[in-house]
Design a protein around this ligand. Structure first.
Ligand SMILES: *[C@@H]1O[C@H](CO)[C@@H](O)[C@H](O)[C@H]1NC(C)=O
Length: 474
């Protein structure tokens, strides 16, 4: 390829779909990728069991190809509470750093073109194309660890950040205790296929630091793969009911469906488009031998539905999906929570909500006391909170959650189905208030419920949890 053609190609790669695009790597199919498919409970965290927060290890997030640091903070300009960083902070991780990375900087990968090793396919990860990323990652990790008084970091690496993280760790790393990769393409192309877009860098990484390379020196490896989409090249019928908004968009653009987009991605990466994966990376490419392998049935690759600008609630960094991988990843580390509780002042408002919720839950055990004391904030409640007011949970509570938020109390009463229900709810009229909905409060309450009730909970509680979560409206 002429250097200029290649440069244009790289620009195209960066421009085409900055969020979900991954360079056209292939990964070897003969890798051992036995999937320990783990359907895990909704438990969110092995952190604190009270409102106090503990000093958990620092986390460093390594972005994927084409991703900028903001994608993990305010994805697609959504509010901060939609970001992976915020999801981790809600679970008590106060010290989360995202590798500083403006999106344009990926253009530096094109610098590899002046490296003769690019042309011979012998690029090294630390060469011109990716060396800048690796160097910055090393510095960021070391700085995060030092800032935390020498505590070793948990590195969470998304997509291409995954193999770059392996290269970053290299032969040894004194600042890291765990590497968690989310939908990372870990393997170079099979030798008989088209050249790897990394021109040897990924191959070098996989040959020199194969599998869970540093497990022996105490670094735990967790590979997380999504299995939400089976690749399928068939064009859906014109009249087929499409599953999602994204599918509708693909249809309008003539691309068919999410399954068809996935087919092309998987095919480019592995030579087999019919695999299962996260829509961009097939599952078999995302698991490392020797790592704890978590396959999440519902997870997709990017902050957006692949190939679109539509935000998603089901990527690796979404609230519910984080619930599924973080807990087993922490168990892997057997993180010992320190004896001393560290309460930071910036967490004050969160603690207030947590306290309110705990109070409500505690009062549930003393209904008579509860019914006199509790006020329910109707527009900002989870169904479970109504259990403090006898006779409302679950039937009336569920209806209020499903049919709210309400403009007024009149709207609230109108939403019920019978006079008997209205009468029962009116019995608590003074204890019901309706104010504006605050998405942040809601999300936090849900994460707290997950935290307190999922862990070691009974089947009955799990079922209740599932129900509460399925009742959500946002
Ligand atoms: C309840 O929340 C909804 C959604 O934010 C809002 O439209 C409605 O006005 C709120 N009700 C009151 C009384 O503020």
């Amino acid at each position: 390829m002429h250097p200029l053609t290649c440069l244009i190609f790289l620009f195209w790669m960066l421009g085409a779909d900055t969020f979900s695009f991954y360079p056209r790597l292939r990964c070897s199919m003969n890798q051992q990728a036995s999937s320990a498919s783990s359907v895990l409970s909704q438990a969110s965290s092995a952190s604190s069991a009270s409102t106090a927060l503990y000093a958990l290890p620092p986390i460093v997030i390594l972005p994927g190809f084409g991703n900028a640091d903001v994608d993990y903070v305010t994805p697609l300009n959504q509010p901060e509470n939609k970001g992976l960083v915020s999801a981790l902070q809600r679970r008590g991780f106060d010290d989360v750093t995202v590798l500083e990375l403006p999106r344009w900087e990926w253009i530096r990968v094109a610098g590899g073109l002046v490296d003769p090793k690019f042309w011979s396919g012998d690029q090294e990860p630390t060469g011109i194309a990716y060396g800048w990323y690796i160097e910055r990652a090393r510095q960021t990790i070391a700085a995060a660890s030092e800032k935390a008084g020498g505590a070793k970091c948990i590195v969470i690496a998304h997509s291409a950040g995954g193999w770059l993280a392996r290269a970053t760790l290299g032969d040894s790393n004194a600042y890291v205790q765990s590497l968690i990769t989310l939908g990372a393409p870990h393997f170079p192309p099979p030798t008989n296929s088209a050249p790897c877009a990394t021109r040897g860098a990924l191959k070098y990484c996989d040959e020199n630091f194969p599998g869970a390379y540093l497990k022996g020196s105490g670094i735990s490896y967790v590979t997380v793969a999504g299995a939400a989409i089976v690749g399928n090249n068939a064009k859906p019928d014109k009249d087929d009911e499409m599953g999602s908004e994204a599918d509708e968009l693909y249809k309008r653009r003539g691309e068919g469906s999410a399954a068809r987009v996935a087919f092309n991605n998987y095919n480019a990466l592995s030579g087999d488009g019919t695999l299962v994966g996260d829509g961009v990376i097939p599952k078999v490419c995302a698991h490392l031998e020797g790592a704890t392998q978590l396959t999440l049935d519902g997870a997709i690759h990017s902050i957006n539905e692949a190939g679109t600008a539509l935000p998603t609630e089901r990527w690796y960094g979404s609230e519910d999906i984080v619930c599924e991988w973080l807990k087993p990843a922490l168990e892997e580390l057997s993180i010992q929570l320190p004896e001393k509780k560290v309460v930071t002042t910036t967490e004050a408002s969160r603690r207030t909500f947590a306290t309110q919720l705990l109070t409500t839950l505690a009062l549930t055990s003393f209904p008579s006391l509860a019914s006199a004391l509790v006020t329910v904030d109707v527009n900002n409640s989870v169904a479970r909170e109504y259990s403090a007011l006898p006779g409302l949970y679950p039937t009336i509570a569920t209806k209020l959650i499903k049919r709210g938020p309400f403009k007024s109390k009149k709207d609230m009463y109108d939403a019920l189905d019978s006079d008997a229900e209205v009468e029962r709810l009116k019995g608590y009229d003074k204890q019901l208030k309706i104010v504006k909905r605050d998405a942040g409060i809601m999300q936090f309450k849900e994460s707290q419920i997950c935290k307190y009730e999922c862990k070691g909970s009974s089947d009955y509680q799990n079922q209740q949890m599932k129900q509460i979560q399925s009742e959500r409206r946002y």
